[in-house]
Design a protein around this ligand. Structure first.
Ligand SMILES: [Zn+2]
Length: 286
């Protein structure tokens, strides 16, 4: 009604209306792009090509070891600016190549998405990086072996030395606590912050009825931790099914193992994992 009366009021009112329309037309596309996290940021510069190669390899290694399938994702903090991280566009991890890697800020906004789809749960990564300066790499998976331990009151505990990073246990994120009945997905900064609150200082957090988020100081660490968390869950389930008493690692034993350098930074395994992943990738290339 106000717009109509402005038009009727004469030349001055008409000018106001035209100005308002011009402002609206000028601002709206920018607001829309910001709201969708597209094309609104300046890059901090190209990432180290070796880091990008490691990230591509990590996607494929995690599929080979059953941690990721068509879903789930892995990211790494940008080597130029710790307030940015690198994550693939929305794509099945086994298909990810260097050109798919996108730079993100800690609000989950992409630098140059080029109109491509993005992972709706990128806020898991953004909020962990924001809250945890000790973290340089994050995996979110729906690894099947860990699901029972998020859905029951049986705690996931280290049953062998390769899972020593779990020495403090793994907390469980119950999305109902803050958000009631949801689609279970961490698709907003608010849900990401709620997840991080549950995670605390732990390297990992189980997500009830959904999966797990695992973090680490490097790509080899987060890949190793993700693989051995999944294996540990499988072994623990087998041990429980045997029905006898279970002797888990004492936290002091786990700590002594970690004091050796957490499997020397997984460097021996990482060399093998990466070589095999990249060899398989080269075979795919026509
Ligand atoms: Zn998920």
């Amino acid at each position: 009604m106000k717009a109509q009366s402005s038009v009727r009021s004469g030349t001055a009112g008409g000018r106001c209306l035209i100005m308002a329309l011009l402002v609206t037309i000028t601002i709206l596309p920018g607001v829309d792009r910001l709201a969708h996290g597209q094309d609104s940021l300046t890059s901090v510069g190209p990432a180290d090509p070796e880091l990008v190669e490691d990230l591509v390899a990590a996607n494929r290694v995690l599929v080979r070891y059953g941690v990721l399938d068509g879903m789930g994702h892995v990211s790494v903090r940008h080597n130029v600016d710790p307030s940015r991280f690198l994550l693939s566009r929305s794509r099945a991890p086994e298909l990810v190549i260097a050109e798919d890697i996108v730079e993100y800020d800690l609000n989950g906004n992409a630098v140059d998405l080029q109109g491509r789809a993005q992972y709706s749960e990128r806020y898991i990564h953004a909020e962990i990086y924001r809250a945890r300066p000790d973290v340089s790499a994050v995996v979110h998976s729906h690894a099947p072996a860990v699901i029972p331990f998020g859905a029951t009151d049986v705690p996931l505990r280290p049953i062998y030395h390769m899972a020593s990073h779990m020495l403090g246990g793994i907390p469980v994120f119950e999305i109902r606590d803050d958000f009631g009945m949801t689609d279970m997905m961490v698709t907003s900064p608010e849900r990401g912050r709620s997840l991080v609150k549950a995670m605390g200082k732990s390297p990992s957090v189980l997500m009830r009825g959904h999966g797990i988020a695992v973090s680490g100081p490097s790509i080899p660490h987060v890949v190793g931790r993700s693989i051995y968390t999944q294996i540990n869950a499988d072994l623990q389930l087998k041990a429980i099914s045997l029905g006898g008493n279970i002797t888990y690692l004492d936290p002091r034993e786990a700590q002594a193992q970690l004091d050796r350098g957490e499997h020397r930074g997984y460097s021996r395994s990482w060399e093998l994992w990466k070589r095999d992943a990249l060899a398989a990738m080269r075979e795919e290339t026509p």
